[in-house]
Ligand binder design. Structure first.
Ligand code: CMP
Length: 137
């Protein structure tokens, strides 16, 4: 059974789509194993996205991710890393397939409603960034 980290980003929380995002996960047979609402500090957002620190959009991304509360979740299921990414759609909503979360709710390539881990190694890092073992059920 695989696990991945999902984030409903500050734009998604502001648009009040949390329930709809979780509904799509559950309808796909994906289980929520942990969940909490948090507001990241700039330093915490920088640490989470450290792999992108040389990118030109890094400062803006950190400002956005710390601009309001996010909902972070551990999702569990067979092939959940890939399946969550399919449900999210492409990073840029302009390229996202119809019926995906980003196509339906994202404003632009930065404020793109949701995040999902892209590989087992990143999932392990990202889950441990927000949750300890006792918080995952
Ligand atoms: P995410 O899947 O969380 O991974 C990195 C994030 O950086 C991405 O979603 C976007 O929020 C943001 N991002 C990626 N590419 C760009 C870009 N070209 N311009 C601005 N933000 C970007």
């Amino acid at each position: 059974m695989e696990r991945t980290l999902s984030i409903v980003k500050p734009d998604g929380v502001r648009k009040n789509i949390l329930g709809e995002v979780i509904r799509r996960f559950q309808e796909a047979g994906i289980r929520v194993a942990a969940i909490k609402m948090i507001q990241l500090s700039k330093a915490e957002a920088e640490g989470f996205y450290a792999v992108h620190r040389e990118r030109p959009f890094f400062g803006s991304l950190v400002d956005f991710m710390s601009s309001g509360p996010c909902v972070v979740m551990v999702l569990e299921g067979d092939g959940v890393i890939r399946r969550n990414r399919e449900l999210m759609g492409a990073t840029n909503p302009a390229d996202a397939a119809p019926g995906t979360i980003r196509k339906d709710f994202a404003g632009n390539i930065e404020q793109n409603a949701v995040h999902g881990s892209d590989a087992p190694e990143t999932a392990a890092f990202e889950i441990s960034y927000f949750f300890n073992a006792l918080e995952i059920h």
